[in-house]
Design a protein around this ligand. Structure first.
Ligand code: ADP
Length: 742
């Protein structure tokens, strides 16, 4: 059988992460023995042919993962919209012998892909008829296998939780809104920030939630009253009166009123100026949102999807319908391309027809959840409760090392708890603070501005109380009449709560509902695929590694970068995947001298073949003997004068930084669910204690007693770690070119 030839193109609006997808497609194809082609300038390149369709080798996609945009170019092609254009495109593909195509683009590009696939047999027949291809060629290419990947910053595509580029766009928006917030607060000013999203309010909604803004206008849910401008202004006025210094409104470009009239930024600006009697500034973020380096998540997402696209193409039967590969509940999914395109367009049609309920119903559960939460978070003050429901006293504390997003948890818990009519208590400095009775009642404004701040405003400690420590804690739980406890923390927080529940017989004060919310950059907690803070840490690592790589452009140098994680290799592996590191060392797999020997040989071969940079990522506890220093010395000695070696121990920068949008969104979501859990248990009079987590897209509560069963205590990590299976893909993509790799 002839060798498969797989081509990849990027089309429509560019999106950060497209380069990582192209790299993964090319390298996976080559690794599997297929030939790889890149079609430059999208569909236009396919129509033009010639040097726009280029054969790629392993190294032609090196060093591009960190770049924004798409280096193979994209275009909006009028020619491809015509049958004549598609006929020429089919002819070019047949002449190049291409029989598999990966299209990376938005719904427009994928609609085009579907049409091309449906027309293919008739295009081939026509080409044969007018002798533009031979009858042999026509027989050899009866079908074209197509896989679509969604590259779009809007996150507006049905069938995938995230599109390539959406997370990076959210990064750009939150950076901008955080920056605007600080200037707005300095001058007590109001800003209207316009973000992209013609038919999808994802970016506006999620950035609004992540930045703790005052008001959000999205296409799926227009204001439900005619005098919405008055309601919005009143909300902003009330927030100022309550002590807030800045007022921010986020407006999606496709926002409209309930009659379908578009709402523009000038309209919002004027409405607010008239009512608030102050100057209102407008910032239109525009193309900034598309630009810049891809986030860690987009690099990994695009890499995994690119890998899967080729795997799918290579096992496709000629008659298979085109599929789109997406990510649902943190797992890759294959769905019929046309169905997804149609459902995506249904949302736009529903919005155009004013059927907002339908538009909302086609969005994911997390979208509608986030919208509900946002409605409470943007209130100037909590609802007043005049009924005689019991008001519970709910305490929150941070435990373990600081993790970005802990403050977001506190803010969400305090506001949502107060809004439901309960008393919220903040405990300073973790369990150590509780043992010293550092407990204070929190109010609505005491958490203003916390959503976006790194570190832990409450203060945290690693203390795991035992013996007499438990006694002090029990006493102050009783003294403060604490009915329920929310612990946001890492391993030591979980251990502390486990100890408390195991000692309930001796301390009746512990017979209250307690819930642990995973907040640790290490991502080493049971029952949860992501812990709050890990995404921020990953982005910090990826940023640092990008810079380290740049510092070495002119030399033949190998870096050994040490990252945190204790005994859990999550940060090491995921940052390796996102930066294209050739080797990841982690405790789960161990390190042997043989491994190191092989790695030195591989490095030497690579550098001798012209490679300029080596990148090895080592988890801090990968091996107690083969430390980062040891590895560097070994590589340096064995590398002779072929290459030199530098260590880079990233240290505490990984625990700091403002939380990433993903961490803020998850923190808010989990805080709300934890609070609902605690209130429900309090109402039942139960003392159920649990830890919450996101698993396969589902939020689950596990009984605290399952903690020991689910973890490997000596290594402080879960027995099952979902991400271990990604090691295979990381290793494949980081190989040397097949000629250099032995
Ligand atoms: P996006 O893919 O980002 O939604 P567009 O909607 O602009 O961007 O589509 C990009 C390109 O895909 C178009 O310029 C065109 O070449 C092709 N395309 C879009 N829709 C169709 C269609 N219905 N038929 C054929 N080609 C299409």
């Amino acid at each position: 059988m002839a060798t498969k030839r797989i081509a990849v193109l990027t089309s429509g609006g560019d999106a950060q992460g497209m380069n990582a997808a192209v790299r993964a497609v090319v390298r996976t194809a080559l690794d599997r023995g297929a030939e790889a082609y890149a079609i430059y300038e999208g569909y236009q390149g396919m129509v033009d042919g010639g040097d726009r369709i280029r054969k790629m080798d392993w190294d032609s996609v090196g060093g591009m993962m960190h770049m924004g945009g798409t280096i193979i170019g994209t275009a909006r092609s009028e020619d491809f919209m015509t049958r004549e254009g598609r006929l020429q495109a089919a002819c070019n593909l047949i002449k190049e012998g291409i029989d598999g195509l990966v299209v990376i683009g938005g719904d427009g590009s994928l609609t085009g892909a579907n049409l091309f696939r449906q027309e293919w047999p008739s295009l081939v027949a026509e080409l044969a008829e007018c002798s533009r291809v031979s009858s042999d060629e026509a027989t050899n290419y009866p079908n074209l296998a197509i896989v679509g990947l969604v590259g779009s910053i809007d996150n507006d595509f049905y069938g995938t939780d995230m599109t390539i580029g959406a997370d990076s766009a959210l990064h750009r928006i939150t950076e901008a809104v955080d920056a605007i917030t600080s200037t707005a607060a300095s001058h007590q000013r109001t800003f209207v920030v316009k973000v992209m999203g013609r038919n999808c309010g994802y970016l506006a909604l999620m950035s609004g939630l992540a930045c703790g803004v005052d008001w959000v206008l999205i296409p799926e849910s227009p204001p439900d009253v005619d005098n919405w401008e008055e309601v919005m202004a009143e909300r902003l006025r009330a927030a100022r009166k309550a002590g807030r210094r800045d007022s921010i409104v986020i407006l999606a470009e496709g926002a409209r009123d309930r009659y379908g009239n578009p709402i523009g930024s000038t309209q919002v600006q004027q409405a607010l100026e008239e009512r608030l009697g102050e100057e209102v500034r407008v910032t239109v973020l525009g193309h900034v949102q598309r630009g810049g380096r891809p986030s860690a998540y987009d690099r990994t997402l695009a890499t995994l999807l690119g890998y899967e696209a080729v795997t799918t193409l290579l096992s496709a039967k000629p008659e298979d319908e085109p599929v789109v590969i997406g990510m649902k509940s943190n797992r890759m999914t294959h769905l019929p391309l046309m169905e997804c395109v149609q459902k995506t367009q249904t949302v736009a049609e529903a919005i155009a027809a004013g059927d907002y309920e339908k538009a909302m119903s086609l969005r994911s559960a997390s979208f509608t959840d986030a919208f509900q939460t946002l409605k409470t978070m943007v209130r100037a003050l909590p609802h007043t409760h005049e009924d005689d429901r019991k008001r519970f006293r709910i305490a929150i504390l941070d435990a373990g090392a600081p993790s970005p997003g802990m403050n977001t948890v506190s803010k969400a818990a305090v506001r949502l708890g107060l809004d439901m009519g309960h008393v919220m208590l903040g405990i300073s400095n973790g369990f150590e603070g509780l043992a010293e009775n550092e407990v204070e009642e929190m109010n609505w404004m005491s958490v203003t501005g916390w959503a976006s701040r790194g570190g832990s405003e409450l203060g945290t400690s690693r203390l795991v109380p035992t013996g007499s420590g438990l006694y002090a804690i029990a006493r102050f739980i009783e003294d403060n009449e604490i009915d329920a406890l929310l612990v946001a923390g890492g391993w030591s927080g979980y251990e502390a709560v486990y100890n408390m529940t195991a000692n309930r017989g001796n301390f009746p004060a512990f017979n209250i509902p307690i819930v642990c919310l995973p907040a640790s950059i290490n991502n080493n907690l049971p029952g949860s695929e992501f812990s709050i803070g890990a995404d921020t840490a990953l982005n910090s690592i990826v940023d640092a590694v990008d810079k380290i790589k740049q510092s070495a452009v002119a030399t033949r140098r190998c870096f050994v970068v040490e990252v945190m994680g204790h005994w859990c290799g999550y940060l090491a592996l995921m940052s390796g995947l996102a930066t294209g590191a050739e080797r990841v060392y982690m405790n789960e797999e161990g390190v042997t001298l043989k491994d190191l020997q092989k790695d030195v040989e591989k490095l030497t071969r690579g550098f001798e073949a012209g490679k300029r940079l080596g990148l090895m990522i080592r988890n801090e506890y990968a091996n107690p003997i083969y430390t980062t220093g040891f590895m560097c010395s070994l590589f340096e000695e064995e590398g002779h004068d072929v290459f030199d070696v530098r260590p880079a121990i990233l240290g505490h920068l990984q625990q700091g930084g403002d939380p990433s949008p993903f961490d803020r969104i998850q923190a808010t979501r989990l805080a709300r669910l934890c609070l609902e859990f605690l209130i429900e248990e309090c109402e039942k009079g139960s003392d159920h204690s649990a830890f919450i987590g996101l698993q396969s897209g589902q939020i689950k509560f596990h009984d605290m007693r399952d903690f020991e069963r689910m973890v490997d205590i000596s290594c402080q990590r879960p027995k099952e770690q979902w991400w271990m299976e990604l090691k295979r893909i990381a290793s494949l993509l980081a190989k040397l070119s097949p000629e250099t790799e032995l």
